[in-house]
Design a protein around this ligand. Sequence first.
Ligand code: ZN
Length: 412
Amino acid sequence: MLGQLVYDRLEQAAQFSRPGPGVTRLFLSAEHKQVAILIKEWMEQAGLETEMDATGNIVGRDEKARNGAPTLIMGSHQDTVVSGGKYDGMLGVALPITVVGDLYKRKIDLPFGIEIVAFGDEEGTRFQSTLVGSRALAGTFDPAALDAMDDNGVTVRTALQDFGCTPDSIPSLKRSRKNTLGFLEVHIEQGPVLEGRNLPVGIVTALTGIERHRVVIKGKASHAGTTPMDHRQDALLAAADIVHKVNQVCRETEGMVGVVGKLEVSPNAVNVIPDSVDLTIELRAPERAVRVNGRGAILSALGGIAQNRAVAINADQTYEAEGVPCADWMMNGLEAAITQHNIRPLRLFSGAGHDGLAMHDLCDIGMLFVRCKDGLSHHPDEAITAEDADIAAQVLATYLQNLAQFCSKLAG
Ligand SMILES: [Zn+2]
């Protein structure tokens, strides 16, 4: 069973971790170096030629890719959060390598090149920068990111050099738009949807767009014992209204999630009415229009809340990143492959960011989600089953063999 081999490989890779609970494997760390050797071994066993590139990506290419044929790039990230799991990222490295190796072993020829990449850095755990490897491939890498520092004051540039990489040659990593068919990532869902529907895999429709707001509420501090209840300008009460409003709008809006994740209450004392609250609102939706409507519903409610609670409320948008859609031809191809394996093809969006956000600047992207236990990730208990890995492997093998009929770059 191919899934068992994928599963065993993930166990092997998980050994390369900083001591402590779960898997901790940071960008350009000793563990990154060790797992790179293992990944290269897998790639070589699959018949790919390997290299470590200027950003610490481990790259494997078949002969067609090396000779400049139209190429499908697959892969995911090798790095983890602190005390993360064995599957986030590494599944999307081990699984396509194993599938491609098996196709070659069975002498199945694909009419396009294959490149598999284990990106160095997606989680952004060590440095403030993230997506270094995928941005390099897309040609959107900002050299200023080389100056980002880790907690010990080591810059990305120095860490790359110590790793044996040559940061100056990062611009040369840009892939050819013309020769790149697309980027496909296999990833655990990191949510409970597939498990809830009893499905092993699902088709990702888009990577979510994200926006954040800072909201400042000004009320009036006064004695918590002597101020009558109807004379209060309690900023925290207004904050509570906003928390509920965000939750209500998101629950009523299909395709959007949101949270008030951070509150700073002042003076934050047991016997004083709160006079100010600083809070954040984060909204995520794959479709811009949905997010903009949701934002409107929330922000337009602030005036009423302010009046009700006799406080002043100020909101500023601090961050916005557009969502990225997956390509129709890749979704359709995955749907056909999943259907061929007698599984109901479910489409769902990704509420988390992935390397596809950067790769989208280069080429069409697609993602296959794999069910994970309890929807849990970024946690030592993150888990999948060998059976699900096997289904995902079969779906991917079918997808690759069908690809020509869905890809206009190949069909044309
Ligand atoms: Zn991931």
